[in-house]
Ligand binder design. Structure first.
Ligand SMILES: *Cc1c(COP(=O)(O)O)cnc(C)c1O
Length: 385
């Protein structure tokens, strides 16, 4: 077993679930809203912070606490906080690290809701944003202003898979007193631990691999104890039921990521040799333009990749509709293979290109199916292009 998988499995099964009840192997899910106090004085002592007790599930819940402990350990962090979605986690991080008049630097192909927040909601507080390619340190250096408060990374991005050199960005940021946050959803804590490189906040959409079973929406932020304790409480909390499903997901995280990686490597290698495929974007490939950086900062690769069919939107439609096994869908990171095409926006070709996509670009989340099933499905559909 590779060390990264051993480490994750040991954390997941080694940290107990906080609740030894009747010796149950899997703990119950605490779905209660409030907790009773035995008497007047206990309320006073709890309010003063002298006694640690659960009081109200929006603030703390044993099931969610167990999950947060594991997530913190998986990212080599001191503490974690879970959210009702990855988007809520992102918004909380932005609020926590920005103030009136701050400047943010992020990457061109960052997750869309980040752009939405920074373009449509933060400018009313005087927050300005600079978008950079992010593939060279000079991009960040040139964008820094006296009021730059945050560099927000996503490495790799989730359509084009551009990487940022996390260690180098952190070093630059630290020398200028700038905080660094990163969306680590693609790599998962199995394949990348940005806190080890000095990042201040790690964000996950747990709706992808951490949940892993396409049955929950959730998010998480991991960082130092002080940072997590100081996060604003927006009330966008993860429900205990979702927390227990995420705990279940974590129990197979190492296993799943091992299979996602091997399946995706094989699919990417196959696609590279297909005449109708023009370009394959997957950091695990030797031909990947940032393969060296990928090898230096990632411990492995997850199952999401993209490739470009050498065809027009009609050819993309023929390919997609010819798939028999792989589902069509917008998200990723589940047990099942799911695909999406840039041309599904339905926009004219020039608009697709203007947004930075190739007309024939297709994203594929490689699932846990037998590899042969996937290869045959893709090869069959490619014949219809
Ligand atoms: C899906 C996604 C998010 C947002 O997560 P939600 O749980 O859907 O809110 C953030 N970042 C990346 C890279 C994502 O793919």
């Amino acid at each position: 077993m590779r060390e990264v998988f051993r480490r994750v499995q040991e954390i997941v099964t080694g940290i107990d679930d906080n609740t030894d009840i009747y010796g149950a192997v899997v703990p119950p899910t605490f779905e209660n809203t409030i907790y009773r106090y035995p008497d007047f004085d206990t309320v006073v002592e709890t309010t003063k912070g002298h006694v640690a007790r659960y009081g109200y599930s929006k603030n703390a819940n044993p099931t969610t606490d167990a999950l947060e402990k594991k997530l913190a350990a998986l990212e080599n962090g001191e503490a974690a906080r879970c959210f009702s979605s990855g988007t809520a986690a992102i918004y909380t991080v932005l609020l926590s690290l920005l103030k009136q008049g701050s400047h943010v630097i992020t990457v061109n192909n960052v997750y869309g809701r980040v752009v939405d927040f920074l373009r449509n909601w933060f400018p009313q507080f005087g927050v300005e944003t600079t978008y950079v390619a992010g593939t060279s340190l000079a991009d960040f250096e040139a964008a820094i202003r006296p009021n730059t408060a945050l560099i927000y990374l996503e490495s790799p991005t989730s359509w084009h898979f551009e990487l940022q050199d996390i260690r180098a960005v952190v070093k630059l940021a630290a020398s200028r007193g700038i905080k660094v946050a990163i969306d680590n959803t693609w790599a998962t804590p199995v394949f990348q631990n940005p806190l080890d490189y000095g990042v201040d906040a790690v964000i996950h959409s747990a709706s992808k691999y951490l949940g892993g079973h396409s049955d929950l929406v959730g998010g998480a932020v991991i960082g130092s104890r002080a940072y997590i304790a100081g996060l604003p409480q927006l009330g966008a909390v993860l429900s205990p039921y979702e927390a227990s499903k995420m705990l279940k997901g974590l129990r197979t995280l190492a296993l799943r990521m091992e299979r996602h990686e091997s399946n995706a490597m094989a699919v990417a290698a196959m696609l590279e040799n297909e005449p109708k495929v023009r370009a394959v974007r997957y950091p695990g490939l030797r031909s990947f333009d940032q393969h060296e950086l990928a090898a230096a900062q990632l411990h492995g690769c997850s199952g999401l990749l993209s490739f470009t069919l050498d065809t027009d939107p009609a050819g993309v439609r023929r390919y997609i509709d010819a798939l028999r096994h792989i589902s069509i869908g917008g998200s990723w990171g589940g047990f099942e293979s799911v695909t999406y095409a840039a041309a599904m926006s339905g926009d004219p070709e020039e608009d697709i290109v203007k947004r930075g996509f190739a007309v024939g670009q297709i994203r594929l989340s490689v699932g846990l199916e037998p590899l042969d099933t996937l290869l045959e499905d893709i090869r069959g559909a490619l014949q219809r292009v």
